[in-house]
Design a protein around this ligand. Structure first.
Ligand SMILES: Cc1cc2nc3c(=O)[nH]c(=O)nc-3n(C[C@H](O)[C@H](O)[C@H](O)COP(=O)(O)OP(=O)(O)OC[C@H]3O[C@@H](n4cnc5c(N)ncnc54)[C@H](O)[C@@H]3O)c2cc1C
Length: 493
């Protein structure tokens, strides 16, 4: 028997980690190269003066996509990672004192929206039912399969998925669909927010995105016990058990090809050529073409699409408790349309951002000293195109503190014991995400799903792509799905 085929994974974001596991299970000898000193990419962690913070993702949905990697490898997940379902996904606040509890249970949410906003229970019920239906009928094809392989097109999956959607859901905006369905402006704003789950503008992204609430209010929202970073430890540990060789502080400099450029040949790392039968690229696809494959024709139309929004995050260790807040809290802006105009048109920050506050010490008390809380405070921010970083952060800090005061009646500044900040340029520098976008390309057109870069290179055999910048898109669940789609094309080693 010859040696098993060799695979290289470029980058150990959540998709790279998942791809490495999948390739090892297929029998490949896997080497994963990571530019940073530790795995995880955006799923990073910060420890600051007795406080622990997840630096990036905080909302965890579709946990079975992590679990299936353990099942595939025939190993138990429990010793590495556990999660628990949440009864409340979000607590929503408006400046006029309105407060909505976002129960994950659809029936309880319907009751709540009737009680607080007078949206008839049947309206919310029907809205959430439609979200679940679309997730089953359309989401499955669009999210779990390549849209660029004949197999998906041939079996009629795409046409059936499109037929399951109403014309307005395909060509109208999410905001229009929500306005027609829900009418009450606060209910509309609440469900418009789901466009931000892939960094998009609800006034432009297609109505089909109404399927996203079907995740939290159907499949459930979960808390990753011990923090989101545990997902990274779990997948890195699983890969190590399966024999994956990880190399940290090892930025890949080039992807190498056969002389006719029809096959991938390997990579170059630290000036050394490494041969491989398959290369899985988890680097953001834009810089991957520009820096690692400068001699290969780049798909300019794909690479020049509008990027998703970025984020500006303050990590604040605060010296008292706030019983009125939960794990996930949203303080809504007064004018959502204006907020997105800033995010995608003028590419700056307005005076009244929607503020997201995530406090993991509510679930894991050891994340903060006794009597204190770890506030991860995030606003959506425009992609980084060279804006003045200091000015952006200073403005964000001022407007966020103002917003907290106006909405919760709290003067937070004197309560902040420790502080650190992450801005769009910092996200780009840490993970090579083009323009600091956190979800790859935006979904601000009806065609966005078809225009993302495919998971297989169209002409180079053995070169595949995974991660938030390629099909099916950003966020942990979709990044995990990208690794599944990209590796299923490869034969057993
Ligand atoms: C502040 C913030 C909040 C978020 N909130 C959520 C949330 O609540 N829920 C959710 O699901 N998602 C959320 N996301 C999005 C989510 O984090 C990403 O979609 C997901 O983690 C992307 O993973 P990825 O596999 O694409 O890799 P990335 O995390 O982008 O990592 C890519 C890795 O590749 C490495 N790399 C790049 N180039 C090279 C090279 N040439 N050689 C070697 N290594 C290289 C980088 O160093 C990095 O480690 C959030 C993101 C941020 C930043």
């Amino acid at each position: 028997m010859g040696k098993p085929a060799r695979a290289v994974v470029i980058g150990t974001g959540v998709a790279g980690l998942a791809a490495a596991v999948r390739l090892a299970v297929k029998g490949y000898r896997v080497d994963a190269y990571e530019a940073a000193a530790t795995p995880g990419g955006k799923l990073a962690e910060l420890r600051l003066g007795g406080f622990r913070f997840d630096k990036g993702p905080s909302l965890f949905t579709l946990p079975h996509l992590v679990e299936e990697l353990f099942t595939l490898a025939g190993r138990p997940m429990a010793p590495h990672f556990s999660y628990r379902p949440l009864e409340v996904a979000f607590r929503y606040w408006w400046e006029d004192g309105t407060h909505v509890t976002g129960w994950t249970d659809p029936e309880r949410l319907a009751e709540e929206l009737e009680r607080v906003l007078e949206v008839p229970r049947a309206t919310t019920r029907a809205y959430l039912h439609r979200a679940s239906t679309l997730l089953d009928r359309t989401g499955r094809t669009f999210l779990e399969h390549s849209l660029h392989r004949w197999s998906t097109l041939w079996n009629g999956g795409v046409s059936q998925a499109l037929l399951a959607a109403r014309p307005r859901e395909l060509f109208g905006s999410l905001h229009d669909v929500n306005t027609r369905a829900l009418r009450h402006p606060k209910a509309v704003q609440l469900f418009d927010r789901y466009a931000t789950y892939n960094g998009s503008d609800p006034h432009r992204s297609p109505g089909i995105m109404r399927m996203i609430p079907g995740l939290e209010h159907g499949r459930g929202a979960y808390h990753a016990v011990g923090g989101m970073r545990r997902i990274v430890h779990a997948l890195h540990g699983l890969g190590t058990e399966l024999g994956v060789q990880y190399h940290f502080g090892a930025p890949v400099e080039r992807i190498r090809f056969s002389a006719d450029r029809r096959r991938v040949a390997g990579v170059r790392v630290n000036g050394t050529d490494v041969d491989a039968d398959a290369v899985l690229c988890n680097m953001d696809v834009e810089p991957a073409y520009r820096r690692l494959m400068p001699d290969l024709p780049a798909p300019e139309r794909t690479l020049r699409q509008e990027r998703s929004s970025s984020a500006l995050v303050f990590y604040w260790g605060v010296d008292r408790g706030f019983p009125e807040l939960g794990l996930h809290n949203i303080l809504f802006s007064r004018d959502y349309r204006a907020e997105f105009h800033h995010l995608f048109d003028t590419l700056d920050l307005g005076d009244d951002p929607t503020v997201y506050i995530n406090i993991t010490s509510k679930e894991d008390p050891e994340d903060a000293p006794p009597g204190c809380e770890n506030w991860f405070v995030m606003i959506n921010a425009p992609r980084h195109i060279g804006q003045d970083r200091d000015a952006l952060v200073a403005r964000a800090r001022r407007t966020v503190l103002d917003k907290v005061r106006r909405t919760l009646g709290v003067d937070l500044a004197p309560r902040i014991a420790v502080e650190e900040v992450l801005d769009p340029a910092g996200i780009e520098a840490a993970t090579f995400s083009h323009q600091g976008s956190i979800y790859g390309t935006s979904s601000n057109t009806p065609w966005a799903a078809f225009l993302r870069h495919p998971n297989d290179h169209p002409t180079v055999r053995g070169l595949h792509f995974c991660g938030g910048s390629v099909h099916p898109g950003g966020g942990i669940p979709l990044s995990l799905l990208s690794a599944r789609i990209a590796t299923e094309a490869l034969p057993l080693a």
